[in-house]
Design a protein around this ligand. Structure first.
Ligand SMILES: [Zn+2]
Length: 432
């Protein structure tokens, strides 16, 4: 592979400040990061990329995505999902097992890994189900699934209702050194609801999903984590109560980590314009008070990382309306611009905090060998134009999904080029 030099890149240094650097890529790795052009190796065949005025960060890592394959290829495939990921600046993505069949056998794990290799875009890390068919009745074969390449266990899409089942899962995962990742939702509290409990639900005569349906599982699982010592990771935290429970658990040394989605940081139920299912996701958009608690949790490290919960659906499915349409919105291609525009460009957050929560923090929590920009690391990189302003237009998305509430939003901070293992996988100029 030809040597590449990314010249004049703004990179974030260890102190969180921007610094002008030149990045040398060779053999799939970052070979050097230097300050002076004179320090660059004199390889006349090297390809020079001028990053002047652009930010270059480690490639983004998204530990919660739905690629829909196998089984729901009309919504997304591993290839289209991976295209969407690299277009959004993501180089590593971890996919959820609520496929058809559910990712509960080594064969399905291997199929996902094979398809990801064929797509040859982002690094795809598959999760496997905790219970067979995600039905909550019988544990899957953790050992075989780990052997096949699964990186953790989760029944995402549904909560594990039975506490003994969850405890058994945690014990088994602990013995294998694997994490348990939990979609927290108590079914007895949410039957048939589609938006959060509160004013919007009342106004439209809809049944609401109460905050405690999430937090009650978080609390239960924290106690089970204390008892088993497993690495327990909470999916898409959306409530003030969950943030509080996780903060308290971390303070006394319980091995819990957590994630939050851009939409739960940017939108509340007060923003939902009407009965449009592009605003329907699970967990639902909560109250402004919950949004504030999630932001606070992300800033103080209670919530370790940002994930998109990228969840594509077809236009036909989403047209069924608020009550009948499936839950979920797409996320890869708007995540960074959304958070940059809303929080960094407005001076509320440091750029370095946003980048950490999308790179080195997920890498640290899941023990991944990526998420850093330094010599010797894999050349997984994202170049971003912080100044270019563009309107969100779902028709331009690489994902098959058009289901986003952010259509028409004017955002800054768009990725323009993405490298995985030193190969340019997408650029604004050259496409895929
Ligand atoms: Zn979920």
């Amino acid at each position: 592979m030809q040597m590449q030099v990314i010249k004049n890149a703004n990179v974030i240094n260890e102190q969180g400040q921007l610094e002008l650097k030149h990045i040398v890529i060779a053999g799939g790795l970052i070979e050097a990061v230097v300050s002076e052009l004179a320090d660059l190796p004199q390889d006349s065949r090297a390809q020079i990329i001028d990053a002047e005025g652009k930010l270059v960060t480690p490639g983004f890592i998204d530990m919660h995505v739905h690629l829909r394959e196998p089984g729901y290829e009309h919504k997304e495939t591993i290839e289209t999902g991976s295209r969407s990921a690299v277009k959004g600046g993501f180089t590593t993505i971890a996919c959820m097992p609520n496929t058809r069949p559910v990712t509960d056998t080594p064969e399905t794990v291997k199929l996902i890994l094979d398809k990801a290799r064929e797509a040859n875009l982002a690094k795809v890390l598959p999760y496997a189900a905790i219970t067979k068919n995600e039905l909550g009745r019988e544990l899957t074969d953790f050992e075989a699934l780990k052997e096949a390449g699964a990186i953790g266990f989760t029944d995402d899409g549904v909560g594990v209702q039975n506490a003994q089942m969850m405890k058994d899962a945690m014990r088994k995962a602990k013995a294998l050194g694997m994490p348990v990742i939990a979609h927290c939702e108590d079914d007895s509290l949410v039957k048939g609801a589609c938006v959060t409990e509160g004013e919007f639900a009342e106004r439209h005569g809809l049944k609401g999903i109460p905050n405690e349906s999430e937090a009650i599982h978080v609390g239960r699982d924290i106690l089970l984590t204390e008892a088993t010592g497993v690495h327990y990771h909470v999916c898409h935290v959306s409530t003030e109560q969950s943030v509080r429970l996780i903060r308290q658990a971390k303070a006394i040394g319980i091995s819990v980590t957590a994630e939050v989605c851009p939409h739960h940081l940017v939108l509340s139920d007060e923003d939902i314009p009407g009965l449009d299912a592009n605003w329907k996701m699970n967990p639902p958009l909560r109250s402004p008070r919950d949004v504030e608690a999630c932001i606070e949790g992300l800033l103080d490290g209670t919530l370790d990382m940002i994930v998109t919960d990228h969840a594509p659906h077809s236009a036909e499915e989403k047209a069924k309306g608020m009550e009948l349409a499936p839950f979920g919105i797409v996320g890869f291609e708007t995540a960074f611009p959304l958070l940059y525009t809303k929080f960094v460009a407005t001076g509320k957050w440091d750029l370095s905090l946003l980048v950490r929560r999308m790179t080195s923090d997920p890498a640290r929590v899941f023990g991944l060998d990526s998420g850093v920009l330094k010599a010797g690391a894999a050349a997984d990189l994202t170049m971003i134009d912080l100044n270019a302003e563009k309107e969100v237009n779902p028709e331009t998305f690489a994902t098959k999904g058009r289901n986003t509430p952010f259509t028409g939003w004017k955002l800054k901070g768009w990725p323009v080029m993405t490298w995985v293992d030193g190969e340019v996988k997408w650029s604004e100029q050259g496409g895929f």
